[in-house]
Design a protein around this ligand. Structure first.
Ligand code: M6R
Length: 616
């Protein structure tokens, strides 16, 4: 992960770099640093452990100024968070920031050590700084030096590079990690994400893998592969950033996560907009190739990570029941290394909020390389237009959640589920499912934003329950059918932001082992909508109660479940069983949120995590 920013302008670029870092903190926040060319031949550098605010404090006491600079916020992969390991890394006149992983760094390090280079960090990145410095000595030109250096790198990287002798320019390189060029009035900028640069521009060039860019105050030249194994200047069309700037603040909310939980009714309405007809989904609105791809689909491989994976697990229930199409769901980090068998007619579906998750991207590439012929195509469901996943897929359905800042995914998840329900209904229409149920579900989808709004009204009740809950050390989440992945998502939310150990089980699995854990110190959270499995679930809840377990049940008002000694029941708005996974998600998000607040954790930026996992 990590976030990088670079700038070359007509004024001191330090404020732009620092603001960019703050906006990229979602990518990592264990240390941060900047390097500026203070005068020709003189590099100034500041690095600090902790968040960007700590770096700002350091710079307040020892300011730096310069017209060109690079900056970095880190999520440690090689070497613990420390000042020495923080970027930028410097070698001679060269300062480098890097996002990604250099897989052959040990080989390169041995080579450079043998030539006399001294290493001061445990990072993989430092080899890049020394390699560029060595090539700069040989070639005398920074762009040529970066080109020669990256030719030696294996792995993934986005780089920002400056040369102290050339205060008029910065160089960027992209291979497997995101990098955009911001076109400003007063300068040119590089960033891991347009978000970093919105205060200075809304015009961006999206670099492609293999691109190098040389930026000055007044322009930039992108050098891309031209087919004969050489780079040549290429045109990357500028694109305008169309969204509102999400960093305008948290508004009335204490945390971005809570704001994003509350945005879900509107986000889901946006995900539905323009895609529902009177009693069908509008397949053409999914994109030009949608009808053909979905029509030719005979089975689906659904691949994703984390929360997005849980959305895929829910969709399997929908796709198999409503469209009659076999669907297998797998975490991308496994799929990418497996000898996957894809029978002819397989649709590869990837799910990703960011569209930059390294494992998900690699799974897509792996599938194409292995069994290109068998796949009818690749469909991605994604929240970030222009992301790598979107660009590499045959068809993309955007979730329109709007930027999500909290590391814990909330509105991205429910909008993914919404998009997945639309795809399910599209498949149903094309594969002969009866129209009556389709029409009923289309009508219910229209009502979904209202239902989600009703679910949010449970906030105060859940906040009270969370006070009690925050004292526990372990939790079990139970669900059946399509609520099983929601139990998994609830457990992930809780552990991610409150650091309480939480596990999820299909309720029917309880007696096959986990029941041994149950006692008064082990609360069990269960999901009990009105569906054909409710009676089975009730039996499972009895098994817990009989062993003194403490139950918190989110239940349909008609479920017949009532509060009793050791059992708290929260009534969730009544809803149809197909949409219940979305509705029951919200109380679990709120529970995790309020428990985390009660435990005073860093809700928006939980320890050890980052929002966008662009390294393996
Ligand atoms: O951007 P993606 O959806 O591909 O991210 C996948 C996971 O890293 C992500 O969902 C992660 O699990 C969330 N932070 C959990 O809240």
């Amino acid at each position: 992960m990590c976030g990088i920013v670079a700038a070359v302008g007509s004024d001191n670029v330090l404020p732009i770099l620092l603001e960019g870092l703050k906006r990229l903190e979602y990518r990592g926040y264990d240390s941060a640093g900047v390097a500026l060319i203070e005068a020709p031949g003189r590099l100034g550098r500041a690095r600090e452990v902790g968040k960007v605010a700590a770096l700002e404090r350091l710079l307040a006491s020892a300011p730096l100024t310069g017209l060109a600079g690079v900056a970095h916020t880190r999520w440690a992969t090689h070497g613990q968070p420390s000042q020495d390991n923080a970027h930028p890394h410097v070698s001679g006149r060269v300062a480098v920031v890097h996002n990604g992983i250099i897989e052959n760094h040990l080989v390169l390090k041995n080579e450079l050590v043998a030539e006399g280079y001294a290493f001061t960090s445990e990072t993989d990145t430092e080899v890049v700084a020394h390699l560029i410095e060595r090539e700069l000595q040989r070639r005398g030109d920074l762009l040529a030096a970066v080109e020669a250096a990256v030719a030696r790198l294996e792995g993934a990287y986005a780089l920002g590079v400056i040369d102290a002798d050339r205060p008029d320019r910065v160089i960027g390189a992209r291979h497997g990690s995101p990098l955009v060029v911001g076109i400003g009035e007063e300068g040119y900028y590089l960033g891991s994400d347009p978000l970093a640069l919105l205060p200075v521009t809304d015009r961006f060039l999206y670099l492609e893998d293999g691109d190098l860019v040389e930026a000055t105050r007044t322009g930039c030249v992108v050098h891309g592969w031209c087919g004969n194994g050489k780079r040549t200047p290429v045109v990357r069309e500028p694109m305008r950033y169309e969204h509102d700037d999400p960093s305008v603040g948290k508004g009335e909310f204490e945390h971005y996560m809570l704001k994003e939980i509350y945005e879900q009714p509107v986000a889901v309405a946006n995900a539905l907009e323009g895609r529902l007809g009177s009693d069908q989904v509008l397949i053409e609105a999914f994109g030009p190739r949608a009808r053909q791809l979905l029509g030719e689909t005979r089975q689906i491989h659904l691949v994703a990570c984390g929360t997005s994976y849980h959305a895929g697990l829910v969709a399997r229930y929908w796709i198999e029941e409503l469209a009659g199409i076999p669907c297998q769901v797998e975490v991308a980090s496994e799929y990418r290394y497996r000898d996957v068998v894809a029978p002819p007619g397989t649709l590869l579906m990837t799910l990703s909020q960011s569209g930059e998750t390294a494992d998900t991207l690699a799974a897509l590439r792996h599938a194409r390389a292995r069994q290109g012929q068998a796949y009818v195509g690749a469909l991605s469901i994604c929240n970030v237009p222009g992301s790598s996943l979107v660009r590499e897929s045959d068809l993309s359905l955007m979730t329109h959640a709007g930027p999500e800042i909290g590391v814990a995914s909330t509105k991205a998840f429910t909008t993914q589920l919404t998009a997945l329900m639309l795809v399910t209904l599209g498949l149903r229409q094309l594969h002969g499912g009866d129209g009556e149920l389709t029409a009923r579900l289309v009508h219910r989808l229209r009502y979904l934003p209202t239902l989600l709004g009703d679910a949010l009204k449970l906030d105060a009740e859940i906040a009270r329950i969370a006070q009690r809950f925050s004292g526990y050390r372990h939790t079990l989440f139970l669900g059946r059918g399509a609520q099983m992945p929601i139990a998994q998502e609830g457990a992930l939310k809780l552990k991610e932001i409150s650091y309480i150990h939480a596990e999820a089980y299909a309720a029917g699995e309880l007696k096959h082992g986990p029941l041994a854990l149950i006692d008064a110190s082990m609360p069990v959270v269960a999901l009990a909508p009105m569906d054909g499995l409710l009676d089975k679930l009730k039996s499972n809840l009895q098994e817990v109660r009989a062993r003194g377990g403490r139950l918190l049940v989110f239940a349909d008002p008609e479920s017949g479940l009532e509060a009793a000694d050791g059992m708290t029941v929260v009534n969730v708005p009544a809803c149809c069983r197909f949409l219940a996974p979305l509705v029951y998600t919200l109380p679990l998000q709120l529970l995790a949120y309020h428990v985390a607040v009660a435990r005073s954790t860093d809700v928006d930026q939980p320890r050890n995590l980052a929002k966008s996992v662009t390294v393996e």
